[in-house]
Design a protein around this ligand. Structure first.
Ligand code: ATP
Length: 350
Protein backbone atom coordinates (compact mmCIF):
# COMPACT_ATOMS: atom_id res chain seq x y z
CA UNK A 1 0.00 0.00 0.00
CA UNK A 2 1.20 3.50 -0.76
CA UNK A 3 1.48 5.56 2.39
CA UNK A 4 0.21 9.04 1.81
CA UNK A 5 2.92 11.35 3.09
CA UNK A 6 2.34 15.03 2.64
CA UNK A 7 5.44 16.99 1.84
CA UNK A 8 6.39 19.72 4.31
CA UNK A 9 6.19 23.34 3.27
CA UNK A 10 9.37 24.29 1.41
CA UNK A 11 10.52 27.53 -0.08
CA UNK A 12 10.54 26.38 -3.67
CA UNK A 13 9.97 28.67 -6.60
CA UNK A 14 6.53 28.16 -8.11
CA UNK A 15 6.40 26.42 -11.48
CA UNK A 16 3.41 28.47 -12.57
CA UNK A 17 1.94 31.59 -11.01
CA UNK A 18 -1.31 33.36 -11.72
CA UNK A 19 -1.71 36.98 -10.65
CA UNK A 20 -5.00 38.86 -10.75
CA UNK A 21 -6.39 36.47 -13.33
CA UNK A 22 -9.89 37.32 -14.52
CA UNK A 23 -12.20 35.63 -17.02
CA UNK A 24 -15.60 36.95 -18.09
CA UNK A 25 -18.37 35.34 -20.11
CA UNK A 26 -20.59 38.22 -21.18
CA UNK A 27 -21.84 39.91 -18.00
CA UNK A 28 -20.71 36.94 -15.83
CA UNK A 29 -17.28 37.07 -14.18
CA UNK A 30 -16.35 33.38 -13.83
CA UNK A 31 -12.92 34.08 -12.28
CA UNK A 32 -12.23 37.39 -10.54
CA UNK A 33 -8.67 38.57 -9.85
CA UNK A 34 -7.40 35.15 -8.76
CA UNK A 35 -3.85 34.52 -7.52
CA UNK A 36 -2.49 30.97 -7.57
CA UNK A 37 1.01 29.48 -7.15
CA UNK A 38 1.82 25.88 -8.09
CA UNK A 39 5.03 24.54 -6.52
CA UNK A 40 7.13 21.59 -7.75
CA UNK A 41 6.44 18.33 -5.90
CA UNK A 42 3.39 19.78 -4.15
CA UNK A 43 -0.28 18.99 -4.58
CA UNK A 44 -2.53 22.04 -4.60
CA UNK A 45 -6.27 21.38 -4.31
CA UNK A 46 -8.69 23.99 -5.59
CA UNK A 47 -11.95 23.46 -3.70
CA UNK A 48 -15.28 25.15 -4.23
CA UNK A 49 -18.96 24.52 -4.98
CA UNK A 50 -20.31 23.81 -8.45
CA UNK A 51 -20.15 26.85 -10.72
CA UNK A 52 -17.67 28.83 -8.59
CA UNK A 53 -15.11 29.02 -11.41
CA UNK A 54 -12.66 26.22 -10.52
CA UNK A 55 -12.62 24.59 -13.95
CA UNK A 56 -12.34 27.97 -15.63
CA UNK A 57 -9.27 28.81 -13.54
CA UNK A 58 -7.75 25.43 -14.43
CA UNK A 59 -8.47 26.02 -18.13
CA UNK A 60 -6.81 29.44 -17.89
CA UNK A 61 -3.69 27.89 -16.30
CA UNK A 62 -3.68 25.22 -19.04
CA UNK A 63 -4.01 27.80 -21.80
CA UNK A 64 -7.30 26.34 -23.04
CA UNK A 65 -8.75 29.84 -22.73
CA UNK A 66 -7.28 33.35 -22.79
CA UNK A 67 -7.38 35.60 -19.71
CA UNK A 68 -9.31 38.88 -19.83
CA UNK A 69 -7.10 40.42 -17.15
CA UNK A 70 -4.06 39.56 -15.06
CA UNK A 71 -1.25 37.25 -16.11
CA UNK A 72 0.03 33.69 -15.85
CA UNK A 73 3.79 33.16 -15.80
CA UNK A 74 6.25 30.26 -15.76
CA UNK A 75 10.00 30.74 -15.29
CA UNK A 76 9.64 34.49 -15.80
CA UNK A 77 8.01 33.92 -19.20
CA UNK A 78 4.47 35.23 -19.67
CA UNK A 79 2.11 32.41 -20.74
CA UNK A 80 -1.12 34.44 -20.62
CA UNK A 81 -1.43 38.19 -20.34
CA UNK A 82 -2.27 41.32 -22.27
CA UNK A 83 -1.75 40.38 -25.91
CA UNK A 84 0.01 37.10 -25.01
CA UNK A 85 -1.38 33.58 -25.20
CA UNK A 86 0.99 30.60 -25.30
CA UNK A 87 -0.98 27.56 -26.59
CA UNK A 88 -1.53 24.57 -24.23
CA UNK A 89 0.95 22.24 -26.00
CA UNK A 90 3.78 24.74 -25.45
CA UNK A 91 3.15 25.26 -21.71
CA UNK A 92 4.71 22.09 -20.32
CA UNK A 93 1.50 21.08 -18.58
CA UNK A 94 -0.23 17.68 -18.51
CA UNK A 95 -4.02 17.55 -18.32
CA UNK A 96 -6.34 14.95 -16.80
CA UNK A 97 -10.12 15.32 -16.95
CA UNK A 98 -13.02 13.56 -15.28
CA UNK A 99 -13.96 11.61 -18.42
CA UNK A 100 -10.43 10.19 -19.06
CA UNK A 101 -10.75 11.08 -22.79
CA UNK A 102 -8.67 8.12 -24.00
CA UNK A 103 -8.54 7.35 -27.72
CA UNK A 104 -10.90 4.33 -28.11
CA UNK A 105 -9.18 3.03 -31.27
CA UNK A 106 -5.71 2.93 -29.66
CA UNK A 107 -4.39 0.32 -27.23
CA UNK A 108 -3.54 1.40 -23.69
CA UNK A 109 0.14 1.46 -24.64
CA UNK A 110 -0.47 3.53 -27.78
CA UNK A 111 -2.64 5.96 -25.83
CA UNK A 112 0.32 6.65 -23.54
CA UNK A 113 2.83 6.64 -26.43
CA UNK A 114 0.71 9.16 -28.35
CA UNK A 115 2.42 12.10 -26.70
CA UNK A 116 5.89 10.68 -27.39
CA UNK A 117 5.94 11.03 -31.15
CA UNK A 118 9.19 12.98 -30.95
CA UNK A 119 10.99 9.81 -29.73
CA UNK A 120 12.21 6.90 -31.92
CA UNK A 121 9.66 4.03 -32.08
CA UNK A 122 11.50 1.62 -29.78
CA UNK A 123 12.24 4.22 -27.16
CA UNK A 124 8.65 5.42 -27.33
CA UNK A 125 7.35 1.96 -26.45
CA UNK A 126 9.83 1.47 -23.61
CA UNK A 127 8.97 4.86 -22.12
CA UNK A 128 5.21 4.28 -22.41
CA UNK A 129 5.63 0.93 -20.64
CA UNK A 130 7.67 2.55 -17.87
CA UNK A 131 4.89 5.11 -17.39
CA UNK A 132 2.27 2.35 -17.24
CA UNK A 133 4.46 0.67 -14.62
CA UNK A 134 4.24 3.84 -12.51
CA UNK A 135 0.45 3.63 -12.47
CA UNK A 136 0.62 -0.18 -11.97
CA UNK A 137 -0.93 -1.01 -15.35
CA UNK A 138 1.96 -2.42 -17.38
CA UNK A 139 0.15 -5.78 -17.52
CA UNK A 140 -2.74 -4.15 -19.42
CA UNK A 141 -0.58 -2.45 -22.07
CA UNK A 142 -2.18 -4.32 -24.97
CA UNK A 143 -5.79 -3.92 -23.77
CA UNK A 144 -8.28 -1.52 -25.36
CA UNK A 145 -9.60 1.32 -23.22
CA UNK A 146 -13.15 -0.10 -23.12
CA UNK A 147 -11.79 -3.26 -21.45
CA UNK A 148 -10.61 -1.27 -18.42
CA UNK A 149 -12.52 -0.11 -15.37
CA UNK A 150 -13.07 3.63 -14.88
CA UNK A 151 -10.29 3.73 -12.30
CA UNK A 152 -7.88 1.96 -14.65
CA UNK A 153 -8.78 4.32 -17.50
CA UNK A 154 -8.06 7.28 -15.24
CA UNK A 155 -4.65 5.78 -14.40
CA UNK A 156 -3.91 5.46 -18.14
CA UNK A 157 -4.98 9.09 -18.61
CA UNK A 158 -2.48 10.10 -15.93
CA UNK A 159 0.32 8.03 -17.51
CA UNK A 160 -0.45 9.77 -20.80
CA UNK A 161 -0.38 13.18 -19.11
CA UNK A 162 3.02 12.39 -17.56
CA UNK A 163 4.52 11.20 -20.87
CA UNK A 164 6.02 14.58 -21.82
CA UNK A 165 7.48 15.06 -18.31
CA UNK A 166 5.35 18.13 -17.68
CA UNK A 167 6.46 20.66 -15.08
CA UNK A 168 2.83 20.85 -13.94
CA UNK A 169 -0.11 18.45 -14.06
CA UNK A 170 -3.63 19.86 -13.89
CA UNK A 171 -6.47 17.48 -12.96
CA UNK A 172 -10.14 18.49 -13.18
CA UNK A 173 -12.36 16.40 -10.85
CA UNK A 174 -10.25 13.31 -11.64
CA UNK A 175 -12.12 11.00 -9.27
CA UNK A 176 -15.71 12.14 -9.59
CA UNK A 177 -16.58 9.63 -12.32
CA UNK A 178 -15.52 6.72 -10.10
CA UNK A 179 -17.54 4.56 -7.70
CA UNK A 180 -16.83 5.45 -4.10
CA UNK A 181 -15.12 2.10 -3.38
CA UNK A 182 -12.65 2.73 -6.21
CA UNK A 183 -11.95 6.33 -5.38
CA UNK A 184 -9.48 5.95 -2.53
CA UNK A 185 -7.49 3.23 -4.33
CA UNK A 186 -7.24 5.23 -7.56
CA UNK A 187 -6.45 8.37 -5.59
CA UNK A 188 -3.54 6.69 -3.83
CA UNK A 189 -2.09 5.33 -7.07
CA UNK A 190 -2.43 8.64 -8.87
CA UNK A 191 -1.02 10.67 -6.01
CA UNK A 192 1.97 8.32 -5.59
CA UNK A 193 2.76 8.55 -9.34
CA UNK A 194 2.40 12.35 -9.28
CA UNK A 195 4.63 12.71 -6.24
CA UNK A 196 7.24 10.43 -7.82
CA UNK A 197 7.17 12.60 -10.96
CA UNK A 198 7.91 15.70 -8.85
CA UNK A 199 5.57 17.87 -10.92
CA UNK A 200 3.55 20.77 -9.57
CA UNK A 201 0.01 19.42 -9.29
CA UNK A 202 -3.34 21.19 -9.32
CA UNK A 203 -6.42 19.12 -8.47
CA UNK A 204 -9.85 20.73 -8.91
CA UNK A 205 -12.52 19.20 -6.68
CA UNK A 206 -15.84 20.04 -5.01
CA UNK A 207 -15.27 17.34 -2.35
CA UNK A 208 -13.96 18.83 0.91
CA UNK A 209 -12.85 15.51 2.37
CA UNK A 210 -10.93 14.64 -0.79
CA UNK A 211 -9.25 18.06 -0.77
CA UNK A 212 -8.26 17.77 2.90
CA UNK A 213 -6.88 14.26 2.35
CA UNK A 214 -4.80 15.15 -0.70
CA UNK A 215 -3.69 18.73 -0.44
CA UNK A 216 -0.29 20.01 0.57
CA UNK A 217 -1.68 23.44 -0.26
CA UNK A 218 -5.38 24.19 -0.22
CA UNK A 219 -7.14 26.96 -2.14
CA UNK A 220 -10.77 27.79 -1.32
CA UNK A 221 -12.88 29.38 -4.03
CA UNK A 222 -16.40 30.81 -4.11
CA UNK A 223 -18.25 32.88 -6.72
CA UNK A 224 -15.16 33.40 -8.84
CA UNK A 225 -12.97 34.56 -5.96
CA UNK A 226 -10.25 32.89 -3.94
CA UNK A 227 -11.38 33.15 -0.33
CA UNK A 228 -8.33 31.64 1.36
CA UNK A 229 -5.19 29.67 0.52
CA UNK A 230 -2.77 27.82 2.77
CA UNK A 231 -2.14 24.73 4.85
CA UNK A 232 -5.25 22.48 4.92
CA UNK A 233 -5.26 22.17 8.72
CA UNK A 234 -4.96 25.91 9.07
CA UNK A 235 -7.79 26.56 6.61
CA UNK A 236 -9.95 24.09 8.57
CA UNK A 237 -9.25 25.49 12.04
CA UNK A 238 -8.53 29.12 11.18
CA UNK A 239 -10.85 30.05 8.33
CA UNK A 240 -10.77 33.74 7.49
CA UNK A 241 -14.55 33.93 6.97
CA UNK A 242 -17.73 31.92 7.61
CA UNK A 243 -17.93 31.25 3.85
CA UNK A 244 -14.43 29.71 3.87
CA UNK A 245 -15.29 27.69 7.00
CA UNK A 246 -18.41 26.22 5.39
CA UNK A 247 -16.51 25.04 2.31
CA UNK A 248 -14.56 22.63 4.52
CA UNK A 249 -17.43 21.08 6.39
CA UNK A 250 -20.08 21.79 8.94
CA UNK A 251 -19.52 24.93 10.99
CA UNK A 252 -21.76 26.54 13.61
CA UNK A 253 -22.13 30.33 13.32
CA UNK A 254 -22.93 31.60 16.80
CA UNK A 255 -23.95 35.22 17.32
CA UNK A 256 -21.59 36.93 19.77
CA UNK A 257 -21.15 40.25 21.57
CA UNK A 258 -17.60 41.51 21.55
CA UNK A 259 -16.45 43.83 24.35
CA UNK A 260 -12.91 44.60 25.55
CA UNK A 261 -11.32 41.77 23.55
CA UNK A 262 -13.77 39.08 24.71
CA UNK A 263 -16.55 37.50 22.63
CA UNK A 264 -19.55 36.39 24.63
CA UNK A 265 -21.73 33.53 23.30
CA UNK A 266 -24.45 31.47 24.93
CA UNK A 267 -21.95 28.59 25.19
CA UNK A 268 -19.21 30.64 26.86
CA UNK A 269 -16.68 33.42 26.34
CA UNK A 270 -13.78 33.39 23.90
CA UNK A 271 -10.76 35.63 23.52
CA UNK A 272 -11.21 38.14 20.69
CA UNK A 273 -8.03 40.25 20.88
CA UNK A 274 -7.95 43.28 18.65
CA UNK A 275 -11.54 42.99 17.44
CA UNK A 276 -13.78 46.07 17.71
CA UNK A 277 -16.54 46.16 20.32
CA UNK A 278 -19.99 45.26 18.95
CA UNK A 279 -21.69 42.36 17.23
CA UNK A 280 -19.61 39.38 16.13
CA UNK A 281 -19.87 35.78 14.97
CA UNK A 282 -18.13 32.76 16.43
CA UNK A 283 -17.32 29.94 14.04
CA UNK A 284 -17.06 26.60 15.80
CA UNK A 285 -16.81 23.14 14.26
CA UNK A 286 -19.18 20.45 15.67
CA UNK A 287 -16.21 18.84 17.43
CA UNK A 288 -15.45 22.16 19.16
CA UNK A 289 -18.64 21.97 21.23
CA UNK A 290 -18.59 19.40 24.05
CA UNK A 291 -21.10 17.99 26.49
CA UNK A 292 -19.52 18.50 29.90
CA UNK A 293 -20.25 18.68 33.62
CA UNK A 294 -20.29 22.44 33.48
CA UNK A 295 -21.15 24.92 30.78
CA UNK A 296 -24.29 26.36 29.27
CA UNK A 297 -27.52 24.50 30.15
CA UNK A 298 -28.95 23.09 26.89
CA UNK A 299 -31.51 20.61 25.64
CA UNK A 300 -30.94 17.95 23.02
CA UNK A 301 -33.54 18.50 20.28
CA UNK A 302 -32.43 15.93 17.69
CA UNK A 303 -29.91 13.15 17.22
CA UNK A 304 -28.69 11.20 14.19
CA UNK A 305 -26.43 8.15 14.06
CA UNK A 306 -23.36 8.92 11.94
CA UNK A 307 -21.40 5.63 12.25
CA UNK A 308 -18.52 6.38 14.61
CA UNK A 309 -20.42 9.24 16.25
CA UNK A 310 -23.85 10.74 16.91
CA UNK A 311 -24.67 14.09 15.41
CA UNK A 312 -26.58 16.01 18.04
CA UNK A 313 -28.50 19.28 17.82
CA UNK A 314 -28.79 21.28 21.03
CA UNK A 315 -30.60 24.47 21.93
CA UNK A 316 -29.28 26.80 24.65
CA UNK A 317 -31.02 30.10 25.42
CA UNK A 318 -32.76 29.95 22.04
CA UNK A 319 -29.48 29.30 20.17
CA UNK A 320 -29.27 26.13 18.06
CA UNK A 321 -25.92 24.37 17.50
CA UNK A 322 -24.68 21.05 16.19
CA UNK A 323 -22.05 18.90 17.85
CA UNK A 324 -20.66 15.39 17.57
CA UNK A 325 -20.80 12.86 20.34
CA UNK A 326 -18.34 9.95 20.37
CA UNK A 327 -19.57 7.35 22.85
CA UNK A 328 -22.80 7.45 24.85
CA UNK A 329 -26.23 7.46 23.26
CA UNK A 330 -27.95 10.81 23.56
CA UNK A 331 -31.73 11.08 23.70
CA UNK A 332 -34.01 13.87 22.55
CA UNK A 333 -35.16 15.90 25.55
CA UNK A 334 -31.98 15.24 27.63
CA UNK A 335 -30.86 18.27 29.62
CA UNK A 336 -27.11 18.71 29.18
CA UNK A 337 -24.36 21.27 29.62
CA UNK A 338 -22.27 22.45 26.68
CA UNK A 339 -18.82 24.07 26.63
CA UNK A 340 -16.93 25.57 23.74
CA UNK A 341 -13.30 24.69 22.95
CA UNK A 342 -11.47 27.96 22.22
CA UNK A 343 -8.84 26.11 20.13
CA UNK A 344 -11.57 24.96 17.74
CA UNK A 345 -13.41 28.26 17.45
CA UNK A 346 -12.73 31.50 15.68
CA UNK A 347 -14.24 34.92 16.25
CA UNK A 348 -15.19 37.24 13.39
CA UNK A 349 -16.22 40.85 13.76
CA UNK A 350 -19.84 41.44 12.66
N1 ATP B 1 -17.84 28.73 -22.02
C1 ATP B 1 -18.65 29.34 -21.17
N2 ATP B 1 -19.56 30.24 -21.56
C2 ATP B 1 -20.37 30.88 -20.68
N3 ATP B 1 -20.36 30.67 -19.35
C3 ATP B 1 -19.47 29.78 -18.87
C4 ATP B 1 -18.57 29.06 -19.74
N4 ATP B 1 -17.80 28.24 -18.97
C5 ATP B 1 -18.20 28.44 -17.69
N5 ATP B 1 -19.19 29.35 -17.63
C6 ATP B 1 -19.85 29.84 -16.41
O1 ATP B 1 -18.85 30.29 -15.52
C7 ATP B 1 -19.10 29.89 -14.18
C8 ATP B 1 -17.97 29.05 -13.66
O2 ATP B 1 -17.95 27.81 -14.33
P1 ATP B 1 -16.89 26.65 -14.00
O3 ATP B 1 -17.16 25.50 -14.91
O4 ATP B 1 -15.54 27.22 -14.00
O5 ATP B 1 -17.30 26.29 -12.50
P2 ATP B 1 -16.85 25.05 -11.62
O6 ATP B 1 -16.60 25.59 -10.26
O7 ATP B 1 -15.75 24.30 -12.27
O8 ATP B 1 -18.17 24.19 -11.60
P3 ATP B 1 -18.37 22.60 -11.73
O9 ATP B 1 -17.77 22.02 -10.50
O10 ATP B 1 -19.87 22.46 -11.78
O11 ATP B 1 -17.67 22.20 -12.98
C9 ATP B 1 -20.43 29.16 -14.23
O12 ATP B 1 -21.45 30.06 -13.90
C10 ATP B 1 -20.56 28.71 -15.66
O13 ATP B 1 -21.89 28.60 -16.04
Amino acid sequence: MNMHVKTPQTLTRPVITARGVTRRYGAKTAVAAADLDLHPGRITCLLGPSGCGKSTLLRLMAGLEPVDDGCIEADDAVLSGPGVHVPPEQRGVGLVFQDYALFPHLSVLDNVAFGLKHLPRKERKARALALLEKVRLAARAEAWPHMLSGGEQQRVALARALAREPAAVLLDEPFSGLDSHLKSEVRETLMAALRAAGAAVLVVTHDAEEALLMADDLVLMSEGRILQAGDPGDCYLNPTSMAAARLLGEANALPARIANGVAETVFGDLPAPGLPDGAGTVMVRPEGLRLWLEGAPAEIVSTAFGGGFHEVTVVAAGQTARLRLHGGVPAVGDQVRVTIDADRARVFAA
